[in-house]
Ligand binder design. Sequence first.
Ligand SMILES: Nc1ncnc2c1ncn2[C@@H]1O[C@H](COP(=O)(O)OP(=O)(O)OP(=O)(O)O)[C@@H](O)[C@H]1O
Ligand SMILES: [Mg+2]
Length: 268
Amino acid sequence: MITTLEARNIRVKLGRKEVLHGVDLTANSGKVTAIVGPNGSGKTTLLRAMTGEVPHQGEVSINGADVAQLQPWQLAAVRAVQPQSSSIAFPFTVLEIVRLGLSAGLSAADSSVPLKALATVGLAGFAGRMYLDLSGGEQQRVQLARVITQVWEPIVEETPRWLILDEPVASLDIGHQFTVMDLTRSYAARGGGVVAVMHDLNLTAMFADQVVLMEAGKVAKTGAPAEVLTDEALARTYGCAVPVNTTPPLGIPFLLPQARRDMTPHSG
Ligand SMILES: Nc1ncnc2c1ncn2[C@@H]1O[C@H](COP(=O)(O)OP(=O)(O)OP(=O)(O)O)[C@@H](O)[C@H]1O
Ligand SMILES: [Mg+2]
């Protein structure tokens, strides 16, 4: 059985501009795949093409099935998507938002899942709060709770399900960044698939199995964090020199901002 999320030769035009120029990506279930790259390099567009939200050329398949041939409810049962930003204008409670994930996913889903999902993102006790009264980071975690509610069980009938997350830790403090990244690791460890757009390269190196580095609408490099996050690749793609170190004994790459500061003349 095929248990991958695959994109083949994806091209996307937005307005008159082609913003993805033939992108290939293979994510394996049981692994966390991070997509990194500068602002505007096409990460969100790639996710939106892979989830069928934006018209594209090329093929996307999920667990071997052509996404274009699946009905929306079939897709919703097998993958859940957290967009880069979600605006909600109505006065919903936190629980009402998270329950949307329950109705989007499998009809047989357990009604206790939304409260469990809120607890896993550190929001136990928030169910009755008004969503619009929450802080930015709290709102972001409510959205994640909604998404994991939709695909709560990582494997259903021997088929992996997928979390597709666009910058899931963007407005979170370091403690909650770890909570969320641990959650993605645990989802993968239990057999599910995770594809997440990330900006923090240190967190990416700590938590991702595979890194896809995008540059100007193409994939510049794919591989394990230590293969992709190199001095040369980062200098070329991001245009800034930050030396990459590694932590013994695992050899996990890390970037030390101090190293950059040492190189920059500082006035005053
Ligand atoms: N509707 C649109 N019309 C024209 N160009 C667009 C449109 N939407 C996005 N773009 C362009 O497509 C490119 C890729 O955008 P995308 O949102 O995928 O980038 P990204 O890698 O997710 O960036 P970020 O890190 O800032 O979220 C950008 O140059 C953007 O300006
Ligand atoms: Mg984006």
